[in-house]
Write a protein that binds this ligand. Structure first.
Ligand code: ADP
Length: 521
């Protein structure tokens, strides 16, 4: 509903101002009604002397209602002052011109509502009277369209996604939003001299056209794909591209909305890495579970074997001892009783080891610390071990250690040393010497057990502390492969450690390190 109105400011219309227009009113009427724009004529006093019906309609007046009114009636109050200045200025220059350059003009309707307008001013004189005719157009629709356009332009520009508009024929960039410029590193002028191929290292022109063929053939409305963008500085980043074609009479363009998916890719990669890691852990857990199953089977057969042999030995010795009834056969009875005692002790040790494993596994192990002389434990261990000694075997141990007191779990130390001494006895031959030595260091106490036995093969040394592991050369001897494993676990729990040196057929030395001041873990 664009209308035009004409303001005429008369300069000298002190007398009969309206009469002049009444004289030529017919001519004015015919002419003014023929135009769709609002016409308003004012004299130099800015008094309205004539309006056409388009102007009346525009401002909400009827007939001659506006005639004789001051022009201010059509201008919102807040613009009165500035408008007066403009009118005076205009009168002084008195030439044709468009009003409102660089600022918005508004009209005020009879009902008080306002609307944006555009006015062209045309001065003229009739019968020596000066007037100004204003042609006024209501630009509400245009203003709204402009506002909407501005809105879209700011959305385009401010969008954090990258938006590129480029010509389909040349693939040259036409417009690029701020987000895109910021990430790609070019200025708008720079990028306008470039083509899409300059920023997409994965495509040359032919490849790109092939990629977007479905858009060119109109078989799809939108294309989405992932590729790489190259910045001005040469660095690249992964992007997700959403491409649409926009065709009108004089242009054929592509609009690309680009999402920088660096973070998304990093996230995906991290996720993939985590999944892979978890899968590996799961596989390892399953493998361990399987190994555990196998070990359990092995363990059960081991236990039945380990118990069966000493038990049948005990049975034999008991049967034989029972046969020696004569008084002078005490020596023979003693020999069998000694065998029985040693085998029972052996079984007892195995059971202790099994119980230790169970407690370590279930986390039920608790350590009891006390202050005791080292010699007490060593004497007990040696005393028990003596029953297991083979013919001619001897244990040497230090006698001058009565002054050494330690804070440790006494039972665990007994278990550790018993295991080491029993192994030394078991894995060395008759008539050999087993040596237990003690060395005090600043913070630690070192106890070593050395034998001249079968030794441990080089390639099996690394497995020696694994549970149930038994070296190839040890298989002829009884054993479970548990002892060293629990010794090591207990020591580690208590802040100690165990190491060994060994040479096949020459012997082994196991050294236990115990912190002098153990704090309970
Ligand atoms: P086992 O009941 O088999 O003796 P351990 O855990 O005590 O179990 O020892 C594990 C393995 O370490 C033994 O089977 C043996 O191969 C090796 N081993 C331990 N101590 C000695 C030693 N003093 N001399 C030679 N080999 C030893």
């Amino acid at each position: 509903m664009a209308c035009t109105m004409i303001f005429v400011s008369s300069i000298i219309m002190y007398l009969y101002p309206m009469e002049v227009f009444k004289k030529g009113s017919n001519v004015f009427k015919i002419l003014s009604e023929a135009v769709s724009e609002g016409i308003i004529i004012v004299n130099t006093e800015q008094q309205i002397v004539a309006t056409n019906s388009a102007a009346n309609e525009l401002f909400g007046y009827k007939g001659e209602e506006l005639i004789g009114e001051h022009l201010d009636i059509l201008i919102p109050k807040k613009y009165h002052n500035s408008h007066h200045k403009h009118v005076s200025g205009f009168m002084e220059q008195s030439g044709k011109r468009q009003m409102g350059h660089g600022r918005d003009l508004y009209g005020s309707r009879k009902d008080g509502s306002q609307f944006p307008l555009e006015a062209g001013l045309n001065p003229f004189s009739v019968y020596d009277q000066d007037y100004v005719m204003a042609l006024v157009i209501d630009i509400t629709v245009r203003k709204n369209a402009e506002k909407e356009l501005k809105h879209w332009a700011s959305i385009f520009n401010e969008s954090l996604n990258e938006i590129y508009i480029f010509d389909l024929n040349s693939l040259g960039f036409i417009d690029v939003n701020k987000g895109a410029l910021k990430n790609i590193g070019y200025t708008l002028d720079e990028i306008r001299t470039r083509t899409l191929v300059d920023i997409t290292p994965e495509f040359n022109r032919a490849q790109f056209l092939e990629k977007i063929n479905p858009l060119l053939e109109n078989t799809v409305e939108k294309l989405t794909f992932n590729t790489i963008h190259r910045r001005k500085d040469g660095s690249t980043y992964p992007v997700e591209v959403h491409l649409q074609r926009s065709v009108d009479e004089d242009s054929d363009r592509l609009i690309a909305i680009i999402l920088d998916i660096t973070e998304q890719e990093e996230y995906t990669n991290t996720l993939e890495r985590t999944v892979a890691q978890r899968t590996r852990q799961l596989e390892e857990a399953l493998k361990k579970e399987k190994e555990l199953g196998e070990l359990k089977t092995k363990f059960l057969s081991l236990v039945s074997h380990e118990f069966k042999t000493p038990l049948s030995g005990i049975l034999t010795s008991a049967t034989l001892a029972g046969k020696y009834k004569e008084a002078d056969q005490q020596q023979k009875r003693d020999k069998h009783l000694k065998t029985i005692t040693s085998k029972v002790k052996y079984l007892n040790n195995i059971i202790n080891d099994f119980l230790s494993i169970e407690r370590l596994e279930s986390g039920k192990v608790t350590y009891n610390f006390s202050h005791f002389p080292l010699s007490k434990v060593i004497n007990e261990v040696i005393y028990d071990a003596n029953m297991l000694l083979k013919n001619g075997q001897n244990i040497e141990y230090p006698e001058n250690i009565d002054s050494i007191f330690i804070d440790f779990d006494e039972k665990i130390l007994t278990l550790i040393l018993t295991n080491l001494i029993n192994n030394a006895i078991k894995y060395s031959s008759e008539d050999s010497i087993i040596q237990l030595s003690v060395r005090e260091e600043k913070d630690d106490l070192l106890i070593a057990v050395r034998d001249d036995g079968i030794g441990i093969p080089e390639n099996e040394k690394k497995y020696i502390f694994n549970r149930y592991f038994r070296a190839e050369n040890a298989l002829l001897n009884q054993g479970t492969g548990i002892g060293l494993n629990i010794v090591k676990t207990h020591l580690e729990n208590l802040g100690g450690s165990i190491t060994f040196t060994s040479t096949v057929n020459e012997g082994s030395e196991f050294t236990v390190t115990i912190p002098k001041a153990t704090t309970q873990q």
